[in-house]
Design a protein around this ligand. Structure first.
Ligand code: FDA
Length: 503
């Protein structure tokens, strides 16, 4: 017997979950959101909710004894990562055999830890990836709706040109231009007015205080300040934190029954709960949602799930790399953590790449230009269930990552040639590693729209079961993905609330 019931349950409070919760709440449907991470609203003993990348503590990572930052070394020295005590920290790195995936944990999901880059994909590539979705409707209605709800804004160009905090970006732009490459400003959800006050010394530093992947204490319009605040404001939405859903089945009457473990701050399961609902929205992110569904199909709790559940996964072609600049090309000791520019070579059909000019804020001049390249890697992988361990694995291989590296290398070899520069080999652990290809920030796919679901995210074979998160995106979208995830969720909710929830 379920101990608690709500008409609608949403699993996860990232982009897909936040959109679902708000639109359900506004429609007058009582909704319960289950989130495995914390609510990040209580200051620690230092008066801050989040810790910075310069001084990570237990708040940084999800149950670790040592941090696992994307840049593991500097001058090959193990100076980046720090010992911490296990705690439900805000950033997780989920390890699979040959790929690990960074994800946010907490109310707001990835919005708590990401770089805030709010990029709308090229219409041509969106249509290539989503041939059955009406692009006119997306670009006319749902992308604008997502951007306005997320609080997207752009850096003031005059301030950008003059501030020391974006010198690192201007240097990378100069090198791209010298190569004949196009650069483009990228919008962000970080409040640039606030950032200018940080620079002026009239506001507490956050983006200018080395805060980002372990959370921002100020300035960032994360989902807890936008969609989720509005969702709670409807009076119909409740969020239960530190509750991890581990199983889903469908009862004889067609309702869904969930099993959730409630944990304490040591990670101990203190209670196992059952919830029942009529409408179930899966929004645990590409990894979280796909894992739940693959396990449900393979253990027979949702046996009719389509064979394509667990397929079509990709890394958005992510590769990180650094270039070593000449001594006269200083990048500055002071760097904002919010990226505002990309090198856009996506139109180069022989080798499409969009590379974010990334910060490396250490408080010291280091002459490194850092990039997160998004390549058009066509490789995809599948998830599989191991009954012996009850674990869901991911079949992505090192050879598949090598495809992303080759594409990134082609672009950055050109940039190095034009500027007589070289790669940095000291940033990613081993002595000869110039490209970090063993992690992604952009996990996409697993329950692809139109394959595992219908064209609106309704899961095939299971009425009133929906996917609204990054698992709908078929492995690649060519730009940073959260605007696309948000807009697709808006489109799903608009359709579902009209067609599926009528009494
Ligand atoms: P998301 O991962 O946001 O949310 C899922 C939530 O569900 C999490 O809070 C999780 O804890 C919870 N959950 C999962 N399984 C659960 C279960 N079984 N029970 C209960 N809760 C569960 N994108 C971008 O567009 N611009 C950018 O600048 C960046 N930068 C960036 C930096 C870093 C460091 C990271 C890690 C990621 C980015 N991204 C990004 C990617 C972006 O953050 C990501 O694409 C979205 O957060 C994905 O949104 P979803 O709604 O799919 O899931």
């Amino acid at each position: 017997e379920p101990v608690d019931n709500a008409p609608a349950i949403v699993i996860g409070s990232g982009y897909g979950g936040a959109v679902a919760a708000l639109r359900l709440g506004q429609a007058g449907i009582r909704t319960l959101v289950l989130e495995m991470g914390r609510l990040w609203n209580t200051p620690g003993s230092d008066g801050k909710v989040f810790c910075s990348t310069a001084a990570p503590d237990q708040r940084s990572m999800w149950f670790r004894t040592r941090t696992e930052a994307p840049l593991s070394t500097f001058l090959w020295l193990d100076v980046v990562n720090k010992d911490i005590s296990p705690y439900p920290g805000v950033l997780d790195r989920v390890h699979f055999a040959d790929m690990s995936v960074y994800v946010g944990r907490g109310v707001g999901g990835g919005s708590l830890v990401n770089g805030g880059m709010a990029v709308t994909p090229l219409p041509s590539y969106f249509s290539e990836q989503f041939p059955t979705v009406d692009a006119g409707e997306m670009y006319g209605t749902y992308f604008p709706r997502a951007r306005s709800m997320l609080g997207v804004n752009t850096v003031d160009p005059a301030w950008f040109e003059s501030t020391e905090w974006y010198r690192f970006t201007r240097i990378s732009r100069k090198h791209a231009q010298r190569t004949g490459l196009r650069t483009t400003f990228v919008p962000n959800v970080y409040d640039f007015g606030y950032m200018q006050r940080e620079a002026a010394g009239t506001a507490t530093r956050s983006a200018l205080g080395q805060e980002v992947i372990y959370g921002n204490n100020h300035g960032k319009r994360s989902l807890d300040k936008t969609y989720l605040a509005s969702a709670l404001g409807t009076g119909n939405v409740t969020i239960n934190t530190m509750e991890r859903v581990r199983a889903v089945h469908r009862a004889a009457d067609g309702t869904y029954v969930l099993t959730a473990d409630r944990i304490d701050t040591t990670g101990t399961v203190v209670e196992t709960k059952e919830y029942g609902c009529t409408y179930l929205f899966l929004a645990g992110g590409s990894i979280g949602t796909t894992e739940l569904l693959v396990r449900a199909r393979e253990t027979g709790t949702l046996p009719a799930l389509d064979a394509s559940v667990g397929t079509g996964w990709g890394t958005n072609g992510n590769v990180m790399l650094g270039r070593a600049n000449h001594l006269w090309d200083t990048v500055g000791a002071n760097q904002s953590t919010m990226p505002v520019m990309g090198i856009d070579d996506w139109a180069n059909t022989a080798n499409p790449v969009f590379a974010e000019i990334a910060p490396l804020p250490t408080g010291l001049e280091h002459w490194v230009s850092l990039y997160l390249a998004i390549t058009k890697n066509p490789q995809r992988a599948s998830f599989s269930y191991d009954a012996g361990t009850d674990k869901v694995g991911l079949g992505w291989t090192a050879a598949q990552s090598a495809v992303s590296v080759a594409m990134a290398k082609k672009l950055f070899d050109r940039i190095n040639l034009a500027n007589a520069t070289i790669y940095r080999y000291d940033l990613f652990g081993s002595s000869s590693k110039a490209f970090a290809d063993d992690f992604t920030y952009h996990p996409l796919g697993g329950c692809v729209l139109g394959k595992a679901t219908d064209d609106y995210g309704r899961v095939k074979g299971y009425p009133k079961l929906y996917v609204t998160d990054g698992s709908l995106v078929p492995g690649s979208i060519g730009v940073n993905p959260f605007v696309t995830i948000t807009a697709l969720a808006e489109r799903t909710m608009a359709r579902v609330l009209v067609e599926d929830t009528a009494p």
